[in-house]
Design a protein around this ligand. Structure first.
Ligand code: AOS
Ligand code: MN
Length: 561
């Protein structure tokens, strides 16, 4: 990696804030990073998470991403305090409240946004004026909107934002990831242990050399993904596939490899008793068996230190009239209640929905509305899991993301991609734009970052491709789309939306989507001591060759062990 610097020639009025334009070459790509004069190259572009550069990007008069406050998701703790009443109050309050949680200030980009390129501070409140560090309170915002005609204010704000959008330097700003570096640091994507075992379709399971024989080897493989990307610090387990005698030992093993044990997934779909259902079954004995299985999972969570119990049910029917739809729903509610009562105060029950398969006529938790209805009845620590492959074709998934965040019930994602049904392909492979739209709503709705309780997980199978690189590619895809989502100029977008400027609003979103963030992410990784190209680094490490040679004998793990 080479680095050289020169002063960017800019005819901007803020000469005192001229920027160094640091050009860095990574893997043959040249790209720029904005660095303040004040830094004088004492800090690398991404050095140590110093984000002073981001602050000065704002001074250039460019509308600032970090200024915008995302709609806040209600954390589990907040719900515990406020409950459903808080939700109602919050839902009535749809005003954007800049600066409410201080996030913008913490990132350091807000302060000078108010100085537009024409030297005017812009509309108070809508574009923050850093000299006064004004952060309007919720009360301020509400009373303003009640008492004042905002037309002129909105117009001024919109013009300012739109002007910045039209500026020729916007592209340079978009490819500079310095200002979102600390937000990228917050990304954590949990890996599914089953992604490292053999898998296939109902037609054929292809085995691969080097596939783990037990949960210990699965975790060692998952740790490779984290070692090369820094993105995957935990591994989800599936019980009974990952059942071991000593979970404390498994946990210690994970830590030795630099990862933690994460979500515990129950399994009520591979036992003959569950042919006609599990938690919704008409037979009380079978329901109790399924409930007991979840009690075992909760016990395991205590040993593994897991926060989430994720429940996906294969329950459903194949033929109209086969069973009583409402009776099943009532039995399901009763079973879930019994499980929920065992969940610890720091733990959560996360219910995953899926519109069909393996049942073909009806599924007992087919959609987000049913999952929401069930978990809302349980309480604050019951949430919904959104698996991106579990919707009918054409479903607007980002709308569901928005709604669940709005309701404070988005617990986790199972990320994957699909062309047809629940294909469990690499996330972002089938429809990158959809992944972008989802992540835009996640960021917008406060579902991303260190102060969010929304868990990002993968739920994928690598039937024909190599598994560890398949997982590496997956987390990189999520990271790339997250970066693009973080680049959306929310202030400009808000202004365009308020002005009813359809094409500018759409253009702002597409501008972020089409930004090539890969060179910027390579530099970001380098600044964090990570390989600029994790796929290449993994291949060069020889780990894949080594496990293929050494893992001889024993039964390879697969969907069922
Ligand atoms: C099944 O379709 C679901 O996606 C579940 O998340 C399931 O537990 C997981 O895929 C492992 O089978
Ligand atoms: Mn899933």
């Amino acid at each position: 990696m080479q680095s050289r610097a020169h002063i960017a020639q800019r005819g901007d009025e803020h000469a005192a804030h001229a920027l160094f334009f640091e050009e860095v070459e990574v893997g043959g790509f040249a790209f720029g990073s904005l660095v303040t004069v004040a830094q004088q190259h004492r800090e690398p572009a991404f050095g140590g998470g110093v984000l002073g550069a981001a602050r000065d990007v704002g001074e250039e008069g460019v509308a600032c991403v970090e200024h915008h406050e995302p709609h806040r998701t209600r954390s589990t703790r907040a719900q515990l305090a406020g409950g459903i009443v808080a939700h109602v109050a919050e839902l009535a309050d749809r005003v954007v409240h800049p600066g409410d949680d201080g996030r913008g200030d913490a990132i350091g980009a807000v302060e000078h946004v108010g100085d537009r390129s024409d030297g005017h501070p812009g509309a108070d409140g809508d574009v923050a004026d850093g000299d006064r560090h004004r952060s309007p309170s919720r009360t301020d915002a509400r009373s303003r909107s009640a008492d004042i005609d905002l037309t002129a204010v909105r117009a001024a704000s919109y013009c300012s934002a739109n002007e910045s959008f039209q500026r020729g330097d916007r592209r340079a700003v978009m490819t500079d990831l310095t200002r979102i570096a600390s937000r990228l640091d917050e990304q954590a994507i949990e890996l599914p242990s089953w992604a490292f075992g053999n898998s296939g379709t109902r037609f054929k399971v292809f085995s691969q050399p080097g596939v783990p024989r037990d949960p210990f080897e699965k975790i060692a493989d998952a740790a490779q993904v984290h070692a090369h990307t820094g993105l995957a610090p935990s591994v989800a387990l599936h019980i009974p596939w990952d059942r071991v005698d000593d979970y404390a030992r498994l946990r210690a093993h994970a830590r030795e490899h630099g990862v933690e044990l994460g979500t515990i997934n129950s399994n009520t779909f591979q036992d003959d008793d569950y042919k006609l259902g599990s938690l919704a079954h008409s037979d009380a004995r079978i329901r109790q068996k399924a409930i007991d299985h979840h009690y075992e999972c909760i016990d395991i969570m205590g040993e593994t230190g897991s926060r989430d119990l994720k429940i996906w049910l294969a329950d459903g029917t194949n033929y109209p009239g086969q069973d009583d739809l409402r009776g099943r729903q009532d039995r399901l509610a009763d079973s879930l209640q019994k499980i929920y009562e065992r969940i610890g105060p720091e733990q959560r029950l996360v219910l995953e929905y899926k519109f069909f398969e393996p049942a073909f006529y009806h599924t007992d938790v087919p959609d987000w509305g049913t999952a929401y209805a069930q978990v809302a009845e349980l309480g604050e620590r019951a949430m919904v899991c959104l698996d991106t492959g579990h919707h009918a074709p054409g479903t607007n998934i980002e709308f569901i993301v928005m709604q669940l965040l709005r309701l404070g019930k988005l617990g986790s994602f199972d990320f994957n991609s699909r062309f047809y049904a629940d294909d469990d392909l690499i996330v972002g492979a089938a429809d990158p734009f959809q992944l972008f739209r989802i992540l835009v709503e996640v960021v917008r709705g406060g579902g991303y970052g260190a102060d969010s309780d929304v868990a990002f997980m993968l739920d994928q199978c690598h039937n024909i491709e190599d598994k560890i690189p398949g997982q590496i590619r997956s987390v990189l895809n999520v990271q790339e789309m997250t970066a693009r989502a973080l680049l959306v100029d929310q202030a400009a977008l808000d202004a365009a939306q308020r002005a009813g400027d359809v094409l500018t609003a759409n253009g702002i979103l597409m501008d972020a989507f089409y930004t090539d963030v890969r060179p910027g992410l390579a530099a970001y990784r380098a600044s964090r001591g990570l390989p600029t190209d994790p796929m290449a680094a993994y291949a060069a490490s020889g780990y894949g060759v080594e496990i293929a040679a050494s893992r001889v004998g024993g039964a390879q793990a697969g969907w069922g062990a």
